[in-house]
Design a protein around this ligand. Structure first.
Ligand code: SF4
Ligand code: SF4
Length: 181
């Protein structure tokens, strides 16, 4: 009993000293999501499939990204478009299997697949982590939209909220606007 009392009496000033030592220090925690974290320049987040400036897809469905993927989470099937160019008919990334190593973007000869900086893509259902081609192109469209907002081209409401649930790229209002300009 005496030992316990001695320990408590000794522990209280040590604990208070630690509290007072840290009380005036700058907090290391962030008030997320009001304050966003400062991500490392090498951070790798949600994938996107890039387009050329005219809106056409860069991916030629060569399969090198799938061959390089150690988690075996990329699947694709090719097709020819109306101009006879090889494109992906199906292109899928299983984001729940992905280990975000970045080998796919390193392997891509067309600079078509990238890991972006988006990390807010939590979902309730596992199948929602299967990103198809339209979703991955939609992520690119939203990154482009955000970039234009940052550069002051136009104001778009809920841009960050939109980012969380990619829409079909061909239905994207910006995409249509670009095609008609
Ligand atoms: S980041 Fe790595 S694990 Fe994820 S799809 Fe690319 S190659 Fe595969
Ligand atoms: S994303 Fe790049 S590496 Fe993967 S299939 Fe398309 S062109 Fe090939």
């Amino acid at each position: 009993m005496l030992e316990i009392i001695k320990t408590v009496i000794k522990a209280i000033p040590i604990g208070l000293a630690t509290t007072f030592k840290n009380i005036f220090r700058k907090p290391t925690t962030l008030q997320y999501p009001d304050v966003m974290p400062d991500l490392s320049p090498r951070f790798r987040g949600l994938h996107y499939l890039a387009r050329y400036p005219d809106g056409t897809e860069r991916c030629v469905c060569c399969g090198l990204c799938a061959a390089a993927c150690p988690a075996n989470c990329i699947y694709m099937e090719p097709m020819e478009n109306e101009k006879g160019e090889r494109k992906a008919r199906i292109y899928i990334i299983n984001e729940i299997r992905c280990i975000f190593c970045g080998y796919c973007e390193e392997a891509c000869p067309e600079e078509a697949i990238f890991l972006g900086r988006e990390f807010e893509f939590c979902k309730y259902n596992i199948p929602d982590f299967i990103y198809d081609k339209e979703m991955l192109l939609g992520v690119f469209d939203k990154i482009e939209k955000d970039r234009r907002v940052r550069e002051g081209h136009k104001f778009i409401r809920n841009a960050r909220f939109d980012f969380r649930s990619p829409v079909h790229a061909m239905k994207h209002p910006d995409y249509k606007r670009e095609k008609t300009e």
